[in-house]
Design a protein around this ligand. Sequence first.
Ligand SMILES: Cc1cc2nc3c(=O)[nH]c(=O)nc-3n(C[C@H](O)[C@H](O)[C@H](O)COP(=O)(O)OP(=O)(O)OC[C@H]3O[C@@H](n4cnc5c(N)ncnc54)[C@H](O)[C@@H]3O)c2cc1C
Length: 267
Amino acid sequence: MDIIVCIKQVPDTTDVKIDPETGTLVREGVPSIVNPDDKHAVEEALRLRELHGGTVTALTMGPPQAEVALREVYAMGVDHTVLLCDRAFAGADTWATANSISLGIKKIGKYDIIFCGREAIDGDTAQIGPQLAESLGIPQVTYVRDVKKEGEKLIVERALEDSHVKLEVGFPVLLTAIKDLNEPRYPRMGRIVKAHRELKTQVWTAEDLGADPSMIGLNGSPTQVKRTFAPEPKGTVEMLEADGAQALASLLVDKLKEKNVVRRSVS
Ligand SMILES: Cc1cc2nc3c(=O)[nH]c(=O)nc-3n(C[C@H](O)[C@H](O)[C@H](O)COP(=O)(O)OP(=O)(O)OC[C@H]3O[C@@H](n4cnc5c(N)ncnc54)[C@H](O)[C@@H]3O)c2cc1C
């Protein structure tokens, strides 16, 4: 079974700060990591390969330093790594990003499963997986919390808010991983050394992919950012202090009653 996992390098924080002057993300002093959901996708791909054979290829679109993220998942056990890197990809919205990634996937060629994370912790849209499946014309299952291969099909559990559905899907298929799927493994020392000494990532430009410039990057993006800003905080904050947890809880309840948020005393 051949599996492609799409991974994104993201800032190691959910506390994203915007530069008020430029309206861009403040990245200085914020280390980068592999997007957390994507590590679950990688783990599941490796688990399926160990059970059923095949290959796992990790693909990312990003600046040259995104190769560090590829080294990290290579150290986990991925077989091949691909970086889509070109200024022509820059400024892409999710639609143009999915177009570029789908061209990379088509260039890789052979796949049975494409894994994405459900959502990236910086962009937060959860759109790339579904858009990629549409762009490739293949079925998709999002919010995947369990995968089993049975013959020539997969039995996939898709998480719902308070339950789940079990689906049977054929190949090829795109799956988006959530954290309930598995516990990502720690890389072994030997593999970390190999990732730094031996890994040769394939780097593909827009030209290598035969990309139409009107479908990628800023030019290919149907949405454009007019302005980014941090909203002004609304209301005021009142710090409550009291002697002990019980007294503090009573004080909080009184305050909530005052504002008609609760009507009866909570015992
Ligand atoms: C109008 C607009 C303009 C933008 N301009 C810029 C810009 O100038 N520069 C910039 O850096 N970003 C820009 N972005 C953000 C960029 O489009 C998104 O970061 C990107 O499309 C991924 O979306 P997301 O972060 O919401 O990922 P999600 O859809 O939440 O990610 C889901 C999954 O998709 C996969 N995935 C996501 N991104 C990648 C990737 N790059 N490579 C491989 N797999 C991936 C991962 O598996 C991830 O877990 C812009 C977005 C918009 C809407």
